[in-house]
Write a protein that binds this ligand. Structure first.
Ligand SMILES: [Zn+2]
Length: 287
């Protein structure tokens, strides 16, 4: 005959202790899962003026930058960028479970090439009304093309130089004429002979293809998705149409000096909606 061991009470206490331990571990795992919703957000790219940042977070999250909604892809990918004079930005990510992560981003300042030219004879040139109307119409057309928020992350191919040549102008540079600052230069200029081929720096869909705009001449805007776009100015030939889907490296046209250009070059600009980024930060140094 077996007798119940005298240790029954002890085993019961052990069982209770094990159960408590399991619950404690479960609680820890749960806490880790919640805090990993925070850790799930990753930012790639430099937090610098003109910089592009590519983030990934838990799919289904919502993201805002300075209160402005940022598209989050089905895979949790999102992009944003900083303009020439940005100093800080507030990023907020709301995970699908409702937890909110807030990050105050400080944006690295850059020194720009500023040229001061004084003693110039005063010059007041205002275009005639019909030219002014054309300029306004074209700038609205460009703005509309840049404001597209396409859900396809074409930008994930990364970026390559659209053309080879000598760098003759950089992002952020500015002239101050008789003490009056002129509009900064936002593109990167690649000087090369007329007819030099221009290729898509990343995948995208053509949103604007115009042979002759007043300022920028032959102009193409390529939508890389999520508000990110490339603009190509002063082209001799425009060989694509709005709606064309392009792969990185596909031919867009050729370098020219059309519109208001002093010589043949490609002016390549990158926008995140209305924010002007530095294309030069997206590619390795010109080979
Ligand atoms: Zn330029």
């Amino acid at each position: 005959m077996r007798t119940r061991p005298a240790t029954t009470g002890a085993v019961g206490r052990w069982r209770a202790l094990i159960a408590l331990t399991v619950m404690a571990v479960a609680a820890m795992v749960l806490t880790t899962t919640i805090s990993s919703a925070f850790a799930a957000t990753r930012l790639q790219g430099r937090l610098i003026q003109g910089g592009l940042v590519i983030g990934t977070t838990t799919p289904g999250s919502t993201v805002t930058l300075d209160g402005r909604a940022v598209r989050v892809g089905l895979d949790g990918r999102f992009v944003f960028g900083f303009n020439r004079d940005a100093t800080a930005a507030a990023l907020a990510i709301t995970a699908p479970d409702g937890t909110v992560e807030r990050r105050q981003l400080s944006v690295e300042a850059r020194g720009y090439d500023i040229q001061r030219i004084d003693g110039l004879p005063p010059k007041t040139v205002s275009p005639p009304p019909e030219v002014l109307a054309r300029i306004r119409r074209e700038s609205a057309q460009i703005k509309a093309a840049r404001m597209q928020d396409t859900p396809v992350p074409y930008f994930k191919t990364g970026f390559k130089w659209p053309a080879r040549g000598r760098i003759s102008g950089v992002y952020g540079s500015q002239r101050v004429l008789n003490g009056k600052p002129s509009r900064p230069h936002y593109g990167i200029d690649v000087a090369a002979p007329v007819g030099t081929p221009v290729a898509a720096p990343a995948d995208g869909v053509v949103r604007l293809a115009e042979p002759d705009l007043f300022y920028s001449g032959g102009t193409i805007i390529l939508d890389h998705g999520h508000g990110l776009s490339s603009t190509f100015l002063h082209m001799a030939t425009v060989e694509v149409q709005p709606g064309d889907q392009l792969r990185q490296g596909d031919r867009l046209g050729t370098i020219g000096a059309t519109g208001r250009a002093t010589g043949p070059h490609l002016d390549w600009r990158i926008n995140w909606f209305d924010q002007r980024l530095d294309a030069g930060l997206l590619v390795p140094p010109m080979p």
